[in-house]
Design a protein around this ligand. Structure first.
Ligand code: FES
Length: 165
């Protein structure tokens, strides 16, 4: 369930309390707590960050600082399928950008927008996925797709479009 811009529901607070308790409300566990919160919502809602700061006795600025410092965290909603197209050197020279453009076109993203309105897909480039020998590489959630082409990616996306969001 994704938090809204309104205050958190009691159910959402209970979910956050469960996470905070799991990590003993310890300040040194802030990153782990934020990772769990992001797993829960697929991003870090502002209201959840504020709640965490109060419960962990941290300033909102310090919690937001951590949330914005690490690229693994997002303050904006992400799609169910997070597509990362590697555009490191090895992938770039083997055609990652045409694959990236084909993915964006297929899912209906234009310009700088990275997440579809239906929250099915987020599409971003990354600098290296550590599998340069398999270039060009695309990662969707935790699954690696090696030696991708635009046509092969279209087939993958057709399957993902059949799944519930
Ligand atoms: S450059 Fe793409 S995996 Fe390394």
């Amino acid at each position: 369930m994704v938090a809204t811009k309104q205050s958190l529901t009691s159910e959402q607070k209970s979910e956050l309390d469960r996470i905070l308790k799991e990590y003993d409300y310890k300040k040194s566990n802030l990153i782990a707590v934020l990772q769990k919160v992001q797993e829960l919502y697929r991003y870090l809602p502002e209201e959840a960050l504020t709640y965490v700061s109060v419960k962990m006795n941290l300033s909102p600025a310090s919690v937001f600082g951590v949330a914005t410092f690490y690229s693994q965290f997002s303050l904006n909603p992400k799609g169910k399928f997070e597509i990362k197209v590697c555009d490191g050197t090895a992938c770039h020279v083997r055609g990652s950008m045409p694959v990236y453009n084909a993915i964006k076109k297929k899912v209906g993203l234009t310009g700088d927008k990275i997440t579809t309105d239906c929250l099915r897909f987020s599409v971003e480039t990354v600098s290296c996925l550590g599998a340069c020998g398999l270039a060009p590489v695309v990662m969707i959630n935790d699954k690696v797709y090696p030696k991708m082409t635009s046509d092969a990616m279209t087939i993958v996306l057709d399957e993902l479009m059949k799944e519930d969001v």
